[in-house]
Design a protein around this ligand. Structure first.
Ligand SMILES: Cc1cc2nc3c(=O)[nH]c(=O)nc-3n(C[C@H](O)[C@H](O)[C@H](O)COP(=O)(O)OP(=O)(O)OC[C@H]3O[C@@H](n4cnc5c(N)ncnc54)[C@H](O)[C@@H]3O)c2cc1C
Length: 409
């Protein structure tokens, strides 16, 4: 059992300590600062910024709106990265929906985006520190965080340093230490994806490309243009029983986007995506999980930044409650519950790629069906009547054309 900290090793006590300074942590810190004051909030990350984070870098309009609501200057946040107004979706059977997006998205390398967010947090007067959190334990009605300093030359003197907090917000991503403290090894449903920054696809311009495949289903490759001639290109699939290597992911990417992986100077990195249908229940109490730490990645698209920012904002706002966990669970359920249930239901229906082809064809035919699908994949959209009507008529057409071609249904 760990001994009680002595005064020399204990930092001052904070109202809210946020572990992890990605989009979820930055949003949580900004939101908490509004209710407890900036000087009572501490944001921690094991890295200094800028730092890379393996991601598709696609930032939904709704994520930006949420950040603007937290006082982030969107001109500063998005400077140098043009609005991306079009999406070309290729279904597993080759059907294409190529349409204007309902709202423009941005593609901003996370190395840039996250550093700008951390600057915005600092600009609000919130302290940001580079420390690696090893664990936490209950003490004096709050929490004591055990830290490991990443500054090697100070490691001996910093060993055993601790920080105290009334509320801890775990925004520490897919391998969250805070979640492990709360839930042990909670099972996660995970996809794995690989990403690099080669030249954009020929003729791609400012269009996002997504190409799905029935092989290793569910899986897709993407090419998201940065606007400077390069694109964030990658491939991801749901992890099943059999192991998947980096070479497998690269080969599958190259099959879907031929030549994308040809440039030997491009660095390719992989990272897991914890999908929302397997998210844990939010616990009562004073330790809250947000973003990837709460497994909030959309299972239809692999997008997680909007959910990271939204959950961070809600957790920060709940941090002054007598039982922040209970309040956070209630507002999260009210806010994202219908969407999370809808995406879980659609994911369960999409056992095979055929229904997705039907969806792509329906989206190709009607802009509003396309818009509803995009909102469900990127933000908090649900299953709308016009989406159901569009899918139903596409299913009927599919049946008709299959029986005309002599297939049994
Ligand atoms: C290949 C790939 C492509 C993706 N593409 C997209 C996309 O295009 N659009 C989209 O919206 N989403 C995408 N996602 C999902 C998105 O990247 C995540 O959902 C998002 O980063 C979650 O944000 P977060 O703040 O919860 O976690 P993170 O961004 O992972 O941030 C966690 C932070 O915690 C810090 N940390 C971790 N452990 C500790 C510790 N012990 N102590 C201190 N600090 C710690 C880390 O250094 C990190 O800065 C993609 C994911 C992958 C893997």
């Amino acid at each position: 059992m760990a001994s009680e900290p002595d005064a020399a090793t204990v930092d001052r006590s904070w109202d809210v300590v946020v572990v992890g300074a990605g989009p979820a942590g930055a949003a949580a810190a900004l939101s908490a600062a509004r209710v407890v004051g900036p000087s009572r909030v501490l944001l921690l990350d094991r890295h200094t910024f800028p730092r890379d984070k393996v991601c598709g870098d696609g930032i939904a309009a709704e994520a930006l709106t949420e950040l603007a609501g937290l006082g982030v200057d969107l001109d500063e946040l998005t400077a140098g990265y043009p609005p991306i107004t079009r999406l070309r979706l290729t279904g597993p059977a080759g059907g294409i929906a190529d349409r204007d997006l309902p709202d423009a998205v941005r593609v901003i390398p996370r190395e840039v985006f996250d550093a700008r967010l951390v600057d915005a947090v600092r600009g609000r007067g919130i302290e940001v520190r580079q420390v690696h959190v090893r664990g936490l334990r209950a003490s004096d009605g709050g929490w004591t965080l055990d830290l490991r300093s990443p500054r090697i030359h100070h490691a001996a003197s910093d060993r055993g340093r601790q920080i105290r907090a009334r509320v801890v917000i775990g925004a520490d991503g897919a391998h969250s230490v805070v979640r492990r403290h709360l839930l042990g090894d909670h099972p996660v449903r995970t996809a794995l994806a690989i990403r690099g920054y080669p030249a954009a696809r020929p003729g791609q311009d400012l269009t996002q490309l997504i190409t799905m495949t029935g092989e290793h289903w569910p899986a897709y490759a993407w090419s998201f243009p940065l606007g400077d001639g390069r694109a964030n290109i990658g491939y991801g699939e749901l992890l099943g029983e059999s192991p998947v290597t980096k070479a497998d992911l690269m080969a599958r990417l190259d099959r879907l986007l031929p030549g994308a992986a040809a440039d030997p100077t491009v660095l390719w990195r992989a990272h897991p995506l914890p999908l929302s249908p397997a998210r844990p229940t939010v616990s009562d109490g004073t330790v809250l999980l947000v973003g990837d730490a709460l497994s909030l990645v959309n299972p239809l698209s692999g997008e997680g930044i909007y959910y990271a920012v939204r959950s961070g904002a809600l957790a920060g706002a709940a941090s002054t409650a007598a039982d922040p966990g209970r309040v956070y669970r209630r507002i999260l359920r009210r806010d994202l519950g219908p969407h999370l249930r809808a995406t879980a239901a659609v994911t369960a229906l999409l056992r095979g790629p055929r229904l997705l082809d039907v969806g792509v064809r329906a989206a190709a035919r009607r802009q509003r069906v396309f818009d509803d699908l995009v909102r469900m994949a990127l933000a908090d959209g649900g299953i709308t009547p016009r989406l159901l009507r569009g899918l139903a008529s596409s299913v009927l057409d599919d049946r008709a054309s299959r029986s005309a071609a002599g297939h049994t249904p």
